[in-house]
Design a protein around this ligand. Structure first.
Ligand code: FE2
Length: 263
């Protein structure tokens, strides 16, 4: 695979401006609401941005934390801290003003960064071994406000499919089942407390699937007891103890430029 080193912060921002400029964000906002606060955009990211992020995937393979929760999930995760250590472009996308405006227009409200100690702020999810999956769930927020999940497809396969049921919590509407492969460059955005979803198991002879996930919140505060529950859950199901209970440090917030050192 030909790996591409990233360009500069300015190049990333212009690439993202090019991406969002192809859409009528107000029209997407209506589509988002009509579809139970969920939207998928195929071919969203320009190819050069996808290539830079796939480069980050390769640079963080030693940081993958494998996890297994019986009957619920099996897979690998790479936290924001590992992505920050290599200067990943994920931070640049998360902190991008043009992306944030695009997202806020679609969801219809202002959103904020997650706290610096949240390993989910941006992270990679790997589905790389047979049976890797995540069962049906909501992305239930432990924060006081709403939490939006943004998924960017980086590496896709045939068997790991994002399946979702729209209107699950609306008793007046009939549930609607949908399925998406999330090919490289595609975007999914949803209100985590509304979308009932899962990722189907990786088959025996299929390749891996890698997703870049990001979270934005309307209120970044959390009850201390819920924070502890959240960290225990992250430790077991995603990132391991070290990254889940890692204290945040000043200057680690998203938005760092897409300037990569040699990892
Ligand atoms: Fe989820």
């Amino acid at each position: 695979m030909g790996l591409t080193k990233p360009a500069t912060d300015g190049d990333l921002e212009s690439a993202l401006a090019e991406a969002v400029g192809r859409y009528d964000a107000e029209a997407l906002r209506q589509r988002f609401e009509d579809d139970d606060r969920f939207i998928v955009l195929d071919d969203f990211l320009p190819g050069r941005v996808v290539e830079a992020l796939v480069y980050d995937v390769e640079c963080t393979r030693d940081d993958i934390n494998r996890n297994y929760v019986p009957r619920q999930k099996k897979g690998g995760s790479v936290s924001r801290f590992a992505l920050d250590r290599i200067g990943s472009g994920a931070a640049g996308i998360y902190g991008s003003a043009v992306m944030r405006h695009f997202i806020e227009t679609i969801v219809g409200e202002s959103v904020e960064d997650c706290p610096v100690d949240d390993p989910h702020t941006y992270a990679l999810y790997h589905y790389s071994e047979p049976g890797d999956h995540i069962g049906w769930h909501f992305d239930t927020s432990f924060y006081r406000g709403r939490r939006y999940t943004l998924l960017l497809g980086l590496v896709s396969n045939e068997s790991c499919v994002l399946e979702c049921e729209l209107h699950k919590r609306d008793t007046r509407r009939v549930n609607e089942r949908r399925a998406y492969r999330l090919a490289p460059g595609s975007l999914a955005l949803f209100d985590g407390d509304r979308l009932w979803h899962r990722v189907t198991p990786l088959g025996e002879h299929d390749g891996e699937r890698v997703i870049l996930t990001m979270e934005m919140v309307t209120d970044p505060t959390m009850n201390p007891w819920r924070r502890l529950i959240s960290k225990v859950k992250d430790s077991v199901a995603y990132f391991g103890f070290r990254d889940s209970f890692r204290p945040g440090r000043r200057g680690e917030a998203g938005g760092s430029p897409l300037l990569r050192g040699d990892p």
